[in-house]
Design a protein around this ligand. Structure first.
Ligand code: IPE
Ligand code: IPE
Ligand code: MG
Length: 237
């Protein structure tokens, strides 16, 4: 057991729909409650000295949901980007959005640009929201951009150092701790490249119930892990 706080925590916020269903509420009520928890977890993460927090808000596969739910999620996303900016500024949070923005409407694109521009110089927590994000998309767009930038690389030995700067989260170290709420034990096309050596933590706790205490349980679990990166335990001491 050590007391190091994970520098980068990445979370799949799952279970909003089930949280609502248990209460006989529409799914969107769960998503709204989920936003309250985002606010809470951002604050708690900053308080605990976490430097990077990455949240999966909408996957490239979530377009497959009923149009009504997708529409309401987009509206909610716009509302949050517009109304949380002040609070995030006060907390010195730097906001980044990753994902394929091309499918978003102009208003959402504008709000995304605005929140990133306004908070760009903030020195506190870096909050990354993954929206219309997919790990496979990220790797493919990175590959494409790398080869466009450096066509001479085709046919040569390509290293991680060539490739990783083109991933959309190139400004952050790889996640130390991955959390998935909602009980499923899968990655669902979240950060595929970057999770190679991340400690994984799965909890049945539904995202709208994931409070500071639940975050602390995840951090405590992380602190009990020995990260060996292929070495033996003896080599670490
Ligand atoms: C996660 O909660 C939020 C999004 C994917 C947008 P879900 O909506 O997937 O909730 P469940 O899994 O149906 O409970
Ligand atoms: C993963 O949750 C995506 C987000 C939380 C944004 P899903 O609920 O979409 O994942 P699956 O479909 O159960 O794998
Ligand atoms: Mg789900």
């Amino acid at each position: 057991m050590h007391s190091i706080v994970p520098g980068h925590v990445a979370i799949i916020m799952d279970g909003n729909g089930r949280w609502a269903k248990k209460r006989f509420l529409p799914r969107i009520a769960g998503h709204k409650r989920g936003v309250d928890m985002v606010r809470k977890v951002v604050k708690a993460s900053a308080d605990r000295g976490i430097k990077f927090l990455t949240l999966f808000a909408f996957s490239s596969e979530n377009w497959r949901r009923p149009a009504e739910e997708v529409g309401l999620l987009m509206e909610l996303f716009c509302y949050v980007l517009e109304h949380e900016i002040k609070r995030l500024q006060t907390m010195q949070v730097r906001v980044k959005i990753i994902g394929d923005m091309s499918r978003f409407d102009v208003r959402l694109k504008h709000l995304i640009k605005q929140i990133q521009d306004v908070t760009a110089e903030n020195q506190g927590l870096t909050l990354t929201i993954a929206a219309n994000y997919g790990g496979r998309w990220d790797m493919l767009q990175a590959f494409e951009r790398m080869l466009t930038d450096q066509p001479d690389l085709a046919g040569r030995v390509i290293t991680e150092q060539h490739f990783s700067p083109y991933l959309s989260m190139n400004y952050a170290p790889e996640p130390d701790l991955f959390v998935r709420t909602g009980g499923e034990q899968r990655i669902s096309n979240f950060l595929l490249w970057q999770l190679a050596y991340t400690e994984l933590y799965f909890t049945p706790c539904l995202w709208p119930d994931f409070d500071e205490g639940a975050l602390d349980l995840a951090i405590t679990s992380f602190q009990q892990r020995e990260r060996r990166y292929g070495r033996t335990s003896d080599q670490l001491t």
